[in-house]
Design a protein around this ligand. Sequence first.
Ligand code: KG4
Ligand code: ZN
Length: 352
Amino acid sequence: MKILGIETSCDETAASIIEGKGNEVKVISNIVFSQIKIHAKYGGVVPEVAAREHVVNIIPVIEKALKKAKINPDNIKAQLDGIAVTIGPGLITSLQVGVETAKVLSYVWGTPLIAVNHIEGHIYSNFINVKNKDYKNNLFPVLNLVVSGGHTSLVLMKGHGQYKIIGETLDDAAGEAFDKAAKMLGLGYPGGSIIAKNALLANKKKIAEVTNIKLPRPMLYSPNFNFSFSGLKTALLYTLKKDKAWKSRVPEYCFEFEQAIVDTLIHKTLKAAIKYKANTIMLAGGVSCNEALREQLAIAITKEAPAVKFYSPDLNYTTDNAAMIATIGYFKAQRKEFTTWNKISADCNLEL
Ligand code: KG4
Ligand code: ZN
């Protein structure tokens, strides 16, 4: 089965073709046009600008994805089994570009549509190229930690398509906190990868071991699985205000900020995995490419819950992409969860 995926929920215009057989998904093409450079000068995503860029780029991006997958444009209906598109959550005007484009293509080609939630898309980035992973034996229950610029959620899955949110952020998402901290430290946008690089530098120079900078681990011992990162951001702001020499200690600040987020995410994830008797923990979302988080979570699982399997997506599929949208589209197509062009619309507050 071949599926076209379309993703425009934020500032990436993306299209991908995947081929699915049984529980295996192979990516045939994966085109991402990132608008990061355009938004960097404003210090964050400007929704109106993002939507306009999507309008300009969506058709060329889809055309490239089809061409790379050697799909003959004259007879698409015979070669594609579905068009999966992100309908929410996200920026409404950005989502609308992807959804309306998918509707037109479905109408013209006669190919059925599959409506996808962006968060389930991130979760299914872990179902791409699973050859070397043990997905056949006791995969479920799966506990997903979805950490991105817009979301920080712990999602329990008892089976494919069965989601239960057991914890989420009460304010800023982890990626958003990274982005805001980077802005305070004068590091530009997007912040996660720049903070991670600086933290690595502090580690290499062995400054991290001796630093006296201490930031809070928010809600670490709260009796639920929710997160809160806005207090951490404020704590950073006040610490910087008190420290006249902060500009010479940026890597140290990055290290401590990253570690505060990593500690909190790991603590809550493990606690939830044990309480809900998860067989597998999966990491997903843009923040999942953070090396400290990947490494330390893997170590913590081996130590504290050694029977639990741990997977994180290939780095290519951590930040927003359409291969993950096409992948969940494939699993939905297997369940015949199709819709038609006149029955879907973008929903910026879509819930899982
Ligand atoms: O999943 P994504 O592309 O978009 C959303 O759905 O939000 O995630 C983007 C987020 C940004 O906040 C970015 O700062 C963060 O992922 N990010 C990272 C890293 N690379 C990207 N955060 C921490 N460490 C990284 N290496
Ligand atoms: Zn995302």
